[in-house]
Design a protein around this ligand. Structure first.
Ligand SMILES: [Cu+2]
Length: 191
């Protein structure tokens, strides 16, 4: 039950932040292989994401090891027709030593596509297929993938070894600096 509450809180926030960006992209047929090297943001580990796009089909392979145990959301982030980047530590506006979800937004942009489906643990290794990416049907009309970035979320802030608390500050707000679920762990630009 606790996990369900956590997920609802988190995804509500992400949905709001991702709203208003669903401009339609061209319906041109696209094909290609892309990849993102996931580099440390708030967690000192690495990973890779391979993406294979054929027309309106997209297959994604997420591979990460060395995460904190617990929940790990994974998204394609970005602003259409703009270059999504991964934030530098200089984006840490409140100087708490981490680039939280909100602090990173100007660089990686809002959520465009959720890759995760409730995965948890220290290692992620899954392949997932998506469809209709160029059809403008409201799922995602992403266009060329190399304008986006991938963010893997979930960092243990309390030191209990588990990513499970969206409100470490305990004020009921679930604000990004104290949100283990939304805290970005790794980021990689799609190339
Ligand atoms: Cu995300």
């Amino acid at each position: 039950m606790r996990n369900r509450v956590v997920a609802a809180t988190c995804c509500g926030l992400l949905f709001v932040l991702g709203a208003g960006t669903s401009a339609s992209a061209g319906a041109a047929s696209r094909a290609g292989d892309f990849s993102a090297d996931l580099l440390p943001l708030n967690k000192d580990t690495t990973g890779t994401v391979d993406l294979h796009q054929t027309g309106s089909n997209l297959e994604v392979h997420v591979s990460v090891d060395g995460l904190d145990d617990g929940t790990h959301l994974a998204h394609i982030h970005g602003m259409r027709q703009a270059e999504a980047e991964c934030p530098a530590l200089s984006a840490d506006a409140n100087m708490d030593g981490r680039v939280d979800f909100a602090e990173g937004l100007p660089d990686y942009g809002p959520v465009q596509l959720t890759l995760s489906r409730g995965e948890a643990g220290t290692m992620l290794d899954y392949v997932r297929a998506f469809r209709h990416l160029d059809s403008g049907d409201g799922i995602a009309s992403l266009g060329s993938l190399d304008q986006y970035a991938i963010v893997i979320h979930g960092v243990d802030l309390e030191g209990d070894g588990v990513v499970d608390n969206p409100d470490v500050d305990g004020n009921g707000a679930g604000e990004p600096p104290g949100n283990e679920i939304s805290m970005p762990a790794l980021c990689g630009v799609i190339e």
